[in-house]
Design a protein around this ligand. Structure first.
Ligand code: MRU
Length: 353
């Protein structure tokens, strides 16, 4: 990763009082930074996808809750805790599928409880420290995912990815794109076929932008082109991120991933899922327990530029995610190494208590 691309996409601002995020809704046309310190602003940023991608959502929620909690006025612990829990519960409703959101919020709650003997001011300081630790860990995890995934790319000339699981979706490096950044650092040129990813075009707007910035060759595809590209023999591997991985390996990721997995399977192409431990939800037995977010129909009918592109009032199905069955996943690349099937046994061995 070049110095130019070395910035964090989600962080605590220099004053230590605001959540600083790149506004992903403005990309690729403008690079706009948002600084937020109210819980409603943070909720809105997550809900509207100004900050999106499972790890980035978790880190933004942690920093957003910590800076919002810093403004709580409370005379004692009980009063502070009550207001903190109200903020935490509210933020948890922003989006349901990425487990990183509740995971990060729960970590902050534990910090509050562990410090209950101290005054609210001390607890506020401890929350900011924990939120920054979550951000630092995310950077380290993504780097580790890149290192674990790199050997899988030996001899690979081109991969296909869906949605955005890059540095915009995390603090730095990303998950699915991390091995590609590391390959680039080591002089390996891998072309990336990027699905545009309807309806919100995370592939076209975000993945194509960030890979381009990093000097990695991109070919942008409409979502219905993957089979044709695979049939040419141009795709050596499919690599995607995850929003929640169940204990049996079933994986929720951007809508369209499960279709790609069927295609990859049928063409004999490996499909890798890359994710940090914070995305693995061992409390969730299988994909059928994962709540898939349904989003506003206007995302489908009005596209990005808000021009009508379907008859007014037409019935719309707009799930943001789908679940890829574990049997179609070749391996899960994590910060603790590459997990191979059988996932139920191997995920528990690495990530179980
Ligand atoms: O709706 P989004 O843009 O938040 O969906 C994001 C994805 O599906 C990503 O692939 C996933 O969160 C992994 S990000 C490293």
């Amino acid at each position: 990763m070049t110095e130019q691309n070395d910035f964090r996409t989600v962080s605590l601002d220099k004053s230590g009082t605001k959540l600083r995020i790149i506004d992903q809704n403005m990309l690729p046309n403008s690079v706009v930074w948002l600084e937020l310190d109210e819980i409603e602003q943070v909720w809105q940023a997550i809900r509207t996808l100004a900050v999106r991608g499972a790890p980035a959502i978790g880190v933004a929620a942690a920093i957003g809750l910590a800076v919002s909690a810093a403004n709580i006025r409370a005379k004692d612990f009980a009063e502070f805790y009550q207001q903190f829990c109200r903020m935490k519960a509210y933020l948890a409703t922003a989006r349901p599928t990425a487990v990183n959101l509740s995971w990060a919020l729960e970590r902050l709650k534990q910090v509050v409880l562990q410090n209950k003997q101290y005054d609210p001011l001390t607890i506020k300081g401890a929350l900011l420290v924990e939120a920054e630790a979550i951000a630092d860990e995310d950077v380290a995890c993504c780097r580790a995912i890149g290192e674990a995934g790199l050997p899988l790319l030996a001899g690979v000339r081109s991969v296909l990815t869906h949605c955005n699981a890059g540095r915009l979706a995390a603090v730095q490096y990303g998950t699915a794109l991390a091995p590609l950044y590391l390959a680039k650092e080591q002089g390996q040129d891998i072309r990336v076929f990027v699905d545009e990813t309807r309806p919100l075009l995370q592939g076209a707007r975000l993945t194509a932008w960030e890979l381009n910035q990093a000097g990695i060759g991109v070919t942008l595809l409409c979502d219905n082109m993957a089979a044709a590209v695979m049939a040419q023999g141009w795709v050596d591997a499919v690599i995607v991120g995850a929003d929640r991985i169940a204990a049996n390996g079933d994986t929720a990721n951007k809508i369209g991933t499960s279709g790609l997995a069927i295609l990859a399977d049928s063409f004999g192409i490996p499909l890798y899922v890359a994710a940090p431990g914070s995305t693995i939800d061992l409390a969730c037995a299988s994909g059928s327990d994962i709540v898939v977010e349904n989003r506003d129909p206007s995302e489908v009918t009005e596209l990005w530029f808000r021009q009508p592109m379907a008859p007014a009032g037409i019935d719309v199905f707009n799930p943001a995610f789908d679940v890829t069955p574990a049997k179609r996943i070749s391996a899960i690349i994590t910060d603790r190494g590459v997990i191979k099937p059988p996932f139920a046994k191997n995920l528990a061995a690495v990530f179980g208590k």
